[in-house]
Design a protein around this ligand. Structure first.
Ligand SMILES: Nc1ncnc2c1ncn2[C@@H]1O[C@H](COP(=O)(O)OP(=O)(O)OP(=O)(O)O)[C@@H](O)[C@H]1O
Ligand SMILES: [Mg+2]
Length: 389
């Protein structure tokens, strides 16, 4: 036989019973957990004393008792002793005896903190989407007049014989190109998740990135694992990732004034290594950037919940002998616009992380200040033959 108190204790909602003087006469287990007040402390004490930090709540319950004004799932925050305030839905009712006289009140408290957190996440996502659209529009608007400026400066260089004027016009062209690169990165950053999903040969992507960075005075060494399987993704975006990361490795081999270390005795070196990792498992505690799933997901690793990656992964290690990253900078390097370079935009790492996440991969950084940095990109592998880019 189930007793009334068993029923009360089993309810997921906090239930508070009050007598006609608003003294607490019953306080179930869920109420203890929600309010962080033990039953022994609450029972026998006035509501005004136990909930002295929540005068609104006390006023609502008092109004229920005196004038019969009932609340149904009224949203409000309640203070707690140890944790911060909790969002609850409050429902109140009067308790009547057999003669219809008011002998007390009952309050039900529903935990709304989960819903509040979800609403918060949805709002943040909306805000991010809004900022993304705003940045994309702004970048787009800048690109057109920038093209005009560059064109005009180019005309000046062709028409004038004045050396100083030519020098100034060339400066305008160089700066316009720099601005164009920044704006293009901003557009890339703001655009929605990449949607083209092909089987890709990582080595081809790495080769094309290496080709573009040759001649920078830094030795680029390739150490590829020929058995590396394909990955599924968007070739343009992934090539951009490898280009950004190898370029960072090359730039880290330059000293702060921008001189390549080849001028010294030992030239800088960036090694690009690939490996297959068959038993990969890693849990990422937080997933700050919401990612959209790619189409054509056929990989076990790609379908794991956010924050967890497991299965077979292709690893690309970009190992540089450069400056390394200071401990204080480590947590900032993925923040858009964080840069330690006089002419950097600080978008390379942020954009690379966004793209790798869209491909259900991870980026890991190991760095020793003054010695060098290894950046590893893990991407889920695809099975079957590569069909090209
Ligand atoms: N391989 C690396 N070695 C040393 N520092 C690095 C490396 N990769 C990134 N960093 C640090 O992280 C910062 C941010 O890198 P990110 O690629 O986002 O921007 P950037 O290289 O400064 O500018 P951009 O990529 O637009 O040219 C760099 O300025 C640098 O301080
Ligand atoms: Mg960079």
């Amino acid at each position: 036989m189930i007793s009334e108190s068993d029923v009360l204790e089993s309810l997921p909602d906090g239930i508070i019973g009050l007598d006609s003087n608003l003294t607490i006469c019953s306080f179930n287990q869920a109420a203890e957990v929600l309010c962080e007040v033990s039953r022994t402390t609450a029972v026998g004490r006035p509501l005004t004393s136990v909930f002295r930090k929540d005068p609104d709540f006390v006023a609502h319950v008092t109004a229920t008792m005196s004038s019969g004004r009932l609340l149904t799932d009224h949203q409000q925050n309640l203070s707690r002793r140890f944790s911060g305030p909790i969002a609850v839905g409050v429902t109140t009712s009067r308790v009547l005896d057999n003669n219809g006289a008011v002998v007390g009140a009952v309050v039900a408290l529903k935990d709304r903190s989960g819903i509040k957190a979800l609403e918060g996440a949805a709002l943040r996502k909306d805000r991010l989407a809004y900022i993304g659209t705003f940045a994309a529009n702004l970048a787009h608007e800048i690109k057109n007049p920038l093209g005009g400026l560059r064109g005009a400066a180019q005309l000046i260089t062709r028409k004038t014989k004045d050396e100083t004027l030519t020098e100034y016009a060339e400066l305008v062209i160089r700066e316009a190109d720099r601005l164009n690169t920044i704006v293009t990165s901003m557009l890339d950053f703001a655009r929605p998740a990449c949607r083209i999903a092909n089987k890709l040969n990582i080595h081809q992507l790495l080769d094309s990135a290496v080709e573009l960075l040759k001649g920078e005075g830094v030795e680029l060494v390739r150490a590829y694992d020929p058995s590396l399987p394909s990955v599924i993704g968007d070739s343009g975006s992934l090539r951009q990732v490898f280009l950004n990361l190898i370029k960072n490795g090359v730039e880290a081999c330059s000293d702060s004034s921008g001189n390549k270390s080849t001028e010294g005795a030992t030239p800088g070196r960036v090694t690009i290594e690939t490996r297959i990792i068959t038993d990969f498992h890693m849990t990422v505690p937080v997933e700050p950037v919401p990612v959209e799933p790619m189409e054509d997901e056929e990989n076990e690793a790609a379908n794991t919940p956010p924050g967890t990656r497991s299965g077979t992964m292709a690893a690309v290690l970009i190992r540089g002998t450069g400056t390394g990253i200071e401990d204080a900078d480590m947590e900032k390097i993925f923040t858009p616009f964080f840069t330690t370079k006089p002419r950097g935009s600080g978008l390379g790492m942020a954009l690379s992380l966004k793209i790798v996440r869209e491909h259900h991969g991870l980026i890991q950084i190991d760095s020793t200040p003054g010695k060098g940095t290894t950046v590893t990109v893990y991407l889920p592998t695809a099975f079957g033959p590569t069909t090209g880019e």
